[in-house]
Ligand binder design. Structure first.
Ligand code: GP9
Ligand code: MN
Length: 633
């Protein structure tokens, strides 16, 4: 290209054309949600940053024919990458991942419909490639460069700076974008399609190599640990009592136990759930802990469905979504249950659309199943009340017995809520997060109450077990000061902090008449055996790390992913051992010093977490036949 007698090198022309095209695709051809100006800005600069870096590799080739060839093929391959993603997106509203490329079922799905996904105007997609090939054929133009080493190095340094700038903004927009890796849409909109593919390839190759190296040899040891330490030979008190009932599972976003039976300026925060605490048909577990880590809601789903621990880093839903599992929906399916998840968010969030297949969840009613407008949304999307209202028609149409999981959203950080939806005041402290939390918790409480009302008007209610569980904490340690004010404490110690990781668990069984407040220690890891046993499903051949909550013969501790634990008498937090009867410190873990009363538990916790990790990293369930009677002990 020639501007005012000055030649613009081909690599720059290619970068500009290619970035414009990429931007048009991101902005207008994909349905990427942009929530603020920073996101708009990142989406705008990213194509330019990546294209300049990509095409400027050309300047390192000495021979001009090599430079030209690099630019030509880079433009072509880059275009194909975007185009394949676009076609895939038109069908799946998601971006390609490496495992998907090799997944025959997906390719087959795509194969049949691929023609309908290709549009005539897609030819315009290749216009820049044609221009580049055309320009590069014209020998007279001589658009290649012959920069000095200094200039090349300078160009390289500029590229790196641009890239770090882009990643810095992305990290600012979404803290822990890379470590938590929550959503392909977020990754693409923050770092672009190309870096997303590189990132995906890196994660997948690590996962794949660990899997390749694993074999089933470790399984007997794991099974005998489970048989000795976890599984009970006694039968659960409620074994089979509710055979054939539906399970309605409400995963209540960010609700912690400290709000239950508590007040704010004299008002109850959760009047409906408080009523359930004393309800004759409800078991309320007041010492129930979440066991999640970076994968937040997805971790809580993972722990409850599998009774395995989540990863210490990243979200296992994302990193090991391709594994074989033996999850609750699969075991229910063997008993004729249908399973569905209802959640009005983007289906690729937390990789749900992929891992749900491997958890044997039959249907996922995601954002697209709901009518979402500005009026019925706040913060993260559809408000909980319309969410339950709109879900009813689906729930009434599915086949019984079913396992239906509802994941609420309104009580999500930063806890936004319009004035019209607030039934309690905000709190007044230096933490806006904590201040805003109370009205949204109350809103979710009301939404659940309405859901109960709607259920009671159908025959479904009497024939179901309704579980309500807080998925994880909503108020992090950053708000300890405000929290200590609210709880009337001098400070939040590590001990208090662990206690704040309690989330509510209600098991509501219409007609049971045996409901009560249960004080025993419990965790999300316990839900799978508990629910399965109530429905009369045998777990003798299953591999899991939790206990039936209606058993008294239980493992002595609840382990957290970071290695902390809580037991009947002790609690370990940040290496400090506490006596639970008075919350006092009784020792500190160190390499050299004497053992504390916590040390033997810590060893068990470590072993258990390691076993769970080995199962996940090695994808060991592919070596297990869960239908055989060999329990390996
Ligand atoms: C997103 C919802 C919230 O779909 O589950 O996720 P979180 O940030 O709580 O993990
Ligand atoms: Mn959550």
């Amino acid at each position: 290209m020639v501007v005012k007698g000055k030649k613009i090198p081909l690599f720059l022309t290619a970068s500009i054309l290619f970035s414009l095209k990429t931007y048009i695709v991101y902005r207008f051809m994909l349905n990427i949600e942009l929530e603020n100006m920073l996101q708009e800005f990142i989406l705008l600069i990213n194509p330019f940053v990546s294209s300049i870096i990509f095409f400027s590799i050309a300047i390192w080739f000495k021979k001009s024919s090599r430079q030209i060839n690099f630019i030509r093929y880079a433009a072509l391959i880059g275009t194909l990458v975007i185009y394949f993603n676009l076609v895939f997106y038109r069908s799946f509203t998601d971006f390609l991942t490496i495992p998907q490329l090799f997944q025959t079922s997906n390719t087959a799905d795509l194969g049949t419909s691929v023609l309908s996904l290709i549009k005539f105007y897609d030819v315009f997609f290749f216009v820049d490639v044609v221009i580049i090939w055309y320009l590069s054929k014209n020998k007279e133009l001589n658009l290649t460069t012959n920069y000095t080493k200094r200039r090349k190095t300078f160009a390289f340094a500029v590229s790196l700076m641009l890239l770090s700038g882009n990643f810095f903004l992305a990290e600012m927009e979404r803290p822990q974008l890379f470590t938590r890796a929550f959503d392909r849409e977020y990754l693409v909109k923050n770092i672009g399609l190309f870096y997303y593919h590189i990132y995906d390839a890196a994660v997948q190759s690590k996962v794949k190599s660990q899997r390749v190296l694993a074999d089933g040899n470790k399984l007997p040891e794991i099974k005998s640990y489970i048989n000795e330490e976890i599984r009970s030979n006694k039968q659960s008190k409620l074994m089979g009592t509710y055979e054939g009932r539906n399970v309605i599972f409400i995963s209540a976003e960010s609700i912690q136990s400290f709000v239950i039976q508590n007040t704010l300026y004299g008002d109850e925060i959760t009047p409906f759930m408080n009523q359930l605490v004393n309800d004759k048909d409800t078991y309320y577990f007041e010492n129930f802990y979440h066991q999640t880590q970076q994968g937040k809601t997805s971790d809580s789903e993972f722990v409850t469905e599998n009774s395995l621990y989540p990863s210490s880093r990243g979200a296992v839903f994302f990193t090991h979504g391709e594994n074989e599992y033996h999850a609750m929906p699969e075991m229910l399916e063997e008993k004729g249950y249908y399973s569905a998840v209802f959640h009005a968010n983007n289906k690729s969030f937390w990789n749900r659309d992929q891992i749900y297949n491997n958890l044997a969840i039959d249907d996922f009613y995601d954002r697209d199943a709901y009518e979402i407008t500005d009026e019925n949304s706040v913060g993260w999307g559809l408000k909980d009340k319309p969410f339950f209202e709109q879900s009813m028609k689906y729930l009434q149409s599915i086949e019984e017995p079913f396992y239906a999981k509802f994941i609420t959203l309104t009580n999500h950080f930063p806890f936004e809520l319009g004035e019209e939806d607030r039934s309690v005041e905000k709190y007044d402290s230096n933490s806006n997060t904590l201040n805003n939390y109370f009205p949204t918790v109350r809103y979710t409480d009301e939404a659940i109450e309405q859901f109960f009302h709607m259920l009671k008007q159908t025959p479904i209610y009497e024939n179901s077990i309704i579980v309500i569980m807080g998925d994880h904490d909503g108020i992090s340690a950053n708000h300890n000061k405000a929290m200590s004010e609210y709880l009337n404490k001098e400070e939040i110690t590590p001990y208090d902090y662990v206690q704040l990781q309690r989330v509510p668990l209600f098991i509501h069984i219409p007609g049971s008449n045996e409901g009560k407040v249960m004080s025993k220690l419990a965790g999300q890891i316990d839900l799978k055996p508990t629910i399965l046993h109530m429905l009369g499903i045998d777990t003798t051949n299953d591999i899991y790390f939790g206990n039936d909550l209606f058993h008294n013969d239980r493992k002595e501790f609840i382990a957290f992913r970071n290695g902390d634990f809580v037991s009947e008498n002790y609690l370990s937090a940040s290496g400090i051992c506490y006596d639970r009867s008075n919350g006092e410190e009784v020792g500190t873990e160190s390499e050299t010093a004497e053992e504390t009363p916590c040390t033997p538990f810590l060893k068990k916790v470590e072993t258990e977490l390691e076993y769970s990790d080995e199962i996940i990293y090695g994808d060991l369930f592919r070596f297990v036949d869960f239908n055989s009677n060999d329990t390996g002990s």
